[in-house]
Design a protein. Sequence first.
Length: 278
Amino acid sequence: MKKLNLISTSFILAAVAFGAVGIVSAQTENTAGLTSASISATTTGAVKLSAKVQAKMTKMIQVADKEIGRRIDTLNKLIERVNNIKKIADTDKGAISANIQSEIASMNTLKAKIDGNTTDVEALGSDVKSITSSYRIFALVIPQGHIMASVDSINTVADKLAVIATKLQTRLAEGTTAGKDMSKLEAKLADMNTKIADVRTQGQAARDIIAPLVPDEGDKTKMEANKTALTTARKDIKTAETDLKSARKSADEILKGLKALGLSKSASASSTAPAVLQ
């Protein structure tokens, strides 16, 4: 009689959150009940499962199916978000979508394998464990998709702020023509344009570093490289977020300055420029 114990598996998901942009940086999941009991082996090598072990295997399969289903649902929602990206090249969108579709196919294959295993407790335990150890959905694919969508969001806001900056430039020129001292407001506009340009630079940097990433499939070196890349991309997004806030602040200050000079014709930039979307 041999005793084989399968260690229960806990699943951990990071959420990315960033200020007004709001990237989800970490999520948490917990799966209970992934345990097995002993199996009986005869001297001839034949394996006979007890009713208790069969019941536990059934429970393991049920929990595994639930976790796989949850991942597939999340991936399908992510595909919709990626497909709605406007400011990212189609090749990059295609690469992310391909990764997502590949993970969905892998999850379905794994589910079929788990569901079809009614005799091999050890193999079942390994397959259940692979849901997190080999299929890096929450560790890479989902964060990758959210970062790409966030790049799209900050670029969209940057474009709208650029339109506002162009209109403000016209207003400042009108003030200069009217004999007003516009030097301070022109300096603020220059800073606003600099911040807008930096938003695009940071967004491109984040895109470039995460676009080529692929799941590590258990390769620890690749896993660490992916983790580092995601961390760097999140920092780029955070910097872009700060630049967006600064650019909007400059726009508001310029509008207030125009109003003080009797040149105001519109509401504040805060009511004109869109909020940064998650």
